[in-house]
Write a protein that binds this ligand. Structure first.
Ligand SMILES: [Zn+2]
Ligand SMILES: [Zn+2]
Length: 349
């Protein structure tokens, strides 16, 4: 009895709280890195990563392992524009070096639009796009359609359409919408009304489904959707009160960056995209497209116009009723636009 009691004491001794740190120390690096990979992939904010880095030297070292940085989520890389620093720039760069596509896209957008380093920004966005990162493909398309960073004669609608087609094939709603309009208008691609319409309907259906999925069961829209035989009615209701989709962290950064520098922008007479969740700034005067009905708002793309139209501009666009009368009610639920050749003095009608 005495001997077994002594063995039990020895066992308890090994589990004393003061010695638990030793258990962590003997864990192999590979195991700790595997856990950190899971954590970085699911982190909801940059603070989630920082909280790990500051625990101890070992977690700091392993937290910066390329395997961990390669898996860091877009939300964990969402640096704040207000606290942008050489450190945050360096951290994003380190993540791009580890092959993190979200970091490539975010840093590319920041360099292209905010820091105006067009060549480097384009290169990072392309790095993500080439590996089928849908937002990067779409952003490259916007740059090609607008000739961003160059002159208006450098617009390349065919390249824009090709990039949109790739992003649309990955299910990216904004790309489906832009491609649908291009097909309807024959802009950058042979005109195909039926295929264009199909893509526009598909884009709406995808957004509708995503909205229902994210809505709580108490939402009136959700209840309507569950009622048999009323799908078209529900879709119409949703179209009339569509909340803007959650912007990508790169777009949130851009919006925050330029909003805090409005005096500089006014001096240069450059306009922000009027879709608040976009954040893109013109790279030259009159680059973006005006709303044809009111001439008061500008958009980087038809996707942004459609989003802004359904979330708020439909109610704000002052002469919409006159425009509606002039078009004899055609396209009542769509923003006043046509033709793909917008921007640089032209309008979306
Ligand atoms: Zn935009
Ligand atoms: Zn308008």
């Amino acid at each position: 009895m005495g001997a077994s009691g002594g063995a039990a004491d020895a066992g308890r001794k090994r589990m004393r709280p003061a010695e638990k740190g030793d258990l962590f120390d003997v864990l192999p690096d590979e195991l700790v890195v595997a856990v950190l990979c899971k954590l970085s992939a699911s982190a909801a904010r940059p603070a989630d990563l920082v909280a790990v880095f500051v625990v101890c030297k070992r977690l700091n070292r392993l937290g910066l392992d390329p395997l961990v940085l390669a898996r860091a989520s877009a939300e964990s890389l969402a640096a704040s524009a207000k606290s942008w620093s050489d450190f945050s720039h360096g951290f994003l760069k380190r993540c791009t070096d580890s092959g993190n596509l979200e970091a490539c896209y975010i840093l590319g957008m920041i360099r292209f639009y905010c820091l105006r380093n067009r060549k480097s920004g384009l290169s990072f966005i392309a790095q993500a796009a080439i590996q089928n990162h849908a937002p990067a493909l779409f952003s490259l398309a916007v740059i090609q359609f607008n000739g961003s960073g160059k002159s208006k004669i450098d617009k390349d609608p065919e390249a824009g359409v090709a990039l949109c087609a790739r992003a649309a094939s990955l299910g990216y709603v904004d790309a489906m919408r832009v491609l649908g309009h291009c097909l309807q208008d024959g802009y950058g691609v042979r005109r195909n009304l039926a295929e264009g319409r199909r893509l526009l309907l598909l884009a709406n259906a995808r957004e509708f489904a995503a909205f229902l999925h994210s809505s709580s069961s108490s939402s009136p829209l959700h209840r309507h959707a569950n009622r048999r035989g009323s799908l078209l009615k529900d879709l119409d209701l949703w179209m009339r009160s569509t909340p803007p989709p959650e912007p990508h962290p790169a777009n949130r950064f851009l919006a925050e960056w330029f909003t805090s520098r409005s005096e500089v922008l006014n001096g240069e007479e450059l306009s922000l995209c009027s879709n608040g969740g976009c954040g893109r700034l013109e790279t030259r005067r009159h680059e973006f497209w005006l709303c044809a009905a009111c001439n008061l708002v500008k958009y980087c793309s038809r996707a942004c116009q459609a989003t802004h139209w359904r979330s708020s501009h439909k109610a704000e666009c002052v002469p919409f009723e006159q425009w509606l009368d002039a078009t004899a009610g055609d396209g009542q639920d769509e923003a006043p636009m046509d033709g793909g050749a917008g921007g640089d003095g032209l309008v979306l009608e």
